[in-house]
Design a protein around this ligand. Structure first.
Ligand code: ADP
Ligand code: MG
Length: 570
């Protein structure tokens, strides 16, 4: 009724989205406000959700993605239509590629106008644009479908191989009013969003048979294993079989890097010589040489634990596929594992030990060399010592040399603490990951960033300061992409393509927002700055001067970078 006295209580699309998220325990939104989702962000905050507002949607999406990885609940990213949507899509595609559960909710413009291409404000056919980059893409066309739409997005994001889901919310659906009773009835609480997937018993026996016959077995732990949070069973299996293991980058710390069975320091030898390999939540993609020779023995037998059946035989034949969730598969393996049936050969273990010792010595020499100007190794040695004393700290890491060398130098002792470029080897994830990790854990984060890598998401320094997050950003500033000393091969005076501003004072950026800036040109001052910054639990940025001539083109993956044989050289 017009005077409202007997009118039934009403709700609208905005409220229903917030109610649906809350009903399913999704308590944080990472986004950038604007038309048509500003009121959604406001209302979420008013209703007790945490809203973290970013400066760029890719960073908001990366924060949501890493939150999904750390919590096993989909991280929620909120974007505006068209360009904001597309910026977020970069992160959604990256989440899908990495197997991180995430939902990007985007407002969109008037469907009638968009579909006839009549030129709406921020016109874009977002649903179709999202499809190739997402695990699934859905549009909610009626307010009474919001409950089921959100439920579908949640289940799709976390079940099976996790991934990114796109949820399209046209402006008119957000604003549409329905009776509160109809709205409440339409909400769905998702029961068992990521059900256990038990492996078939015969796949377990087959896997153990392969490992029993092996002289030189090897276990590879991937970030799927880290995601599964089956830490105790994985450790028990590794220790009871005595099989040497290698962690993939984001699986470092699942078992401590200084565990006696860790053969990271003899990686190439272990890959090339293993006669049986058990992959646990790791794909045989480019990061593992596609499982092929010369990196691997052509006769090695593979066991693979994965939740995704089609991952098997994707790059080379898998002798014993174990399809199931890793927690269930590991439990089944442990239950079937007899005493002493699996015994790695002593020659194998001895040779790995020898090689580890030689490589460890070589590394120690590089870490103590302390050249002037400072190189990657001596800077990382300083950071490593400080992190050792702050084991609760998350480590975000991106760059080329900064990534490759840090991965080798900085040992991890706890699971899911190392967050890096992942499956794509991509840049631009650093500040988003740092914010997502700090927000979900409340723990300090150290982000070790190449100067180029930092640039992609550097404005989020303001976000870190606005929310007063305990993030210390360490920029390895060698004045360029890969290196800072490249020369222009032409006649004009422009900088070379890989060159960035020499001696840029990145520490002043954070001072503009009230954070603490430091400049460090030697390991001692770097160490002092990091200790102080971590103790303060406040935003800080350390600009770390690295020799422009340190580092190699494309870091450790120079083989992927084609170079012209005919072009002029320096
Ligand atoms: P890495 O880069 O560390 O090698 P990948 O991302 O390539 O790791 O591989 C992770 C694999 O783990 C994917 O194939 C994915 O399907 C799988 N996976 C993710 N979560 C689970 C889980 N809970 N149980 C089983 N497999 C999983
Ligand atoms: Mg650089």
């Amino acid at each position: 009724m017009a005077d409202g006295t007997n009118a039934p209580p009403m709700t609208d699309g905005f409220h229903l989205v917030v109610d649906a998220l809350q009903l399913n325990g999704l308590d944080t939104i990472y986004g950038v406000a604007g038309i048509p989702i500003t009121d959604l962000a406001r209302l979420a905050q008013a209703s007790g959700l945490r809203y973290i507002g970013f400066r760029h949607e890719s960073s908001a999406g990366n924060a949501a993605a890493i939150a999904g990885y750390l919590t096993r609940k989909p991280g929620v990213c909120l974007t505006v239509s068209a360009p904001g949507f597309l910026n977020g899509m970069v992160a959604l595609a990256n989440a899908t590629t990495n197997g991180f559960p995430m939902i990007q909710i985007s407002g969109s413009s008037d469907r009638a106008i968009v579909d006839l291409q009549q030129g709406d404000y921020e016109e874009l056919d977002q649903l179709n644009a999202a499809k190739p980059y997402a695990k699934a893409a859905y549009r909610i066309n009626r307010p009474e479908d919001i409950g089921i739409g959100v439920a579908r997005a949640i289940r799709t994001a976390v079940s099976g191989r996790p991934g990114g889901v796109y949820l399209d919310l046209p402006a008119e659906v957000l604003g549409a009013v329905v009776s509160a009773e109809v709205g409440a009835r339409s909400l769905v609480r998702v029961v068992d969003a990521a059900p256990r997937q038990l492996p078939a018993p015969e796949t377990i026996t087959r896997a153990l048979e392969v490992l029993e016959k092996a002289e030189r077995p090897l276990i590879i732990l991937g970030k799927g294993a880290a995601y599964a949070q089956a830490d105790d069973d994985i450790r028990a299996f590794v220790e009871r079989t005595g099989i040497p293991f290698l962690p993939m980058s984001m699986a470092k710390g699942l078992l401590p890097d200084d565990h006696p069975q860790c053969v990271a320091a003899a990686r190439s030898y272990a890959l090339a010589q293993a006669d049986a390999v058990m992959l646990v939540g790791a794909r045989l993609n480019w990061l593992l040489g596609h499982g092929k020779s010369p990196q691997w023995s052509p006769t090695a037998q593979f066991v693979q634990l994965d939740i995704q059946p089609t991952e098997m035989d994707s790059n080379r034949a898998i002798a014993a596929p174990v399809v199931g969730d890793i927690a269930s598969s590991m439990a089944a393996l442990l239950a079937t594992l007899g005493k002493g049936r699996i015994r790695p050969g002593s020659a194998w273990l001895g040779e790995l030990e020898k090689r580890k010792a030689v490589n460890a010595q070589r590394m120690a020499a590089r870490l103590t060399a302390n050249p002037v100007p400072m190189d990657f190794h001596s800077a990382l040695a300083a950071i490593k010592d400080v992190l050792c004393k702050n084991p609760e700290t998350y480590l975000v890491n991106e760059g080329a040399n900064t990534l490759d060398i840090a991965r080798n130098v900085i040992g991890m002792r706890a699971p899911r603490k190392r967050l890096d470029c992942g499956t794509w080897g991509v840049m631009g994830v650093g500040m988003g990951y740092a914010i997502g990790a700090a927000v979900t854990s409340g723990q300090p984060v150290v982000a070790i960033e190449g100067d180029s890598a930092f640039g992609f998401s550097g404005m989020e320094i303001e976000t870190i300061c606005r929310y007063q997050l305990p993030v210390v950003t360490v920029i390895f500033n060698n004045g360029g992409i890969y290196r800072g000393d490249d020369a222009n091969r032409g006649a004009d005076a422009d900088p070379a393509p890989t060159v960035l501003m020499k001696e840029a004072r990145y520490e002043k950026l954070i001072e503009a927002f009230g954070g603490k800036g430091y400049y460090a040109a030697d390991p001692q001052s770097l160490s002092r700055a990091l200790v102080e910054a971590l103790a303060s639990r406040r935003p800080a940025l350390i600009n770390c001067a690295i020799d422009p001539a340190a580092g190699t083109e494309s870091g450790h993956i120079g083989n992927l970078n084609p170079q012209s044989a005919l072009a002029p050289r320096k």
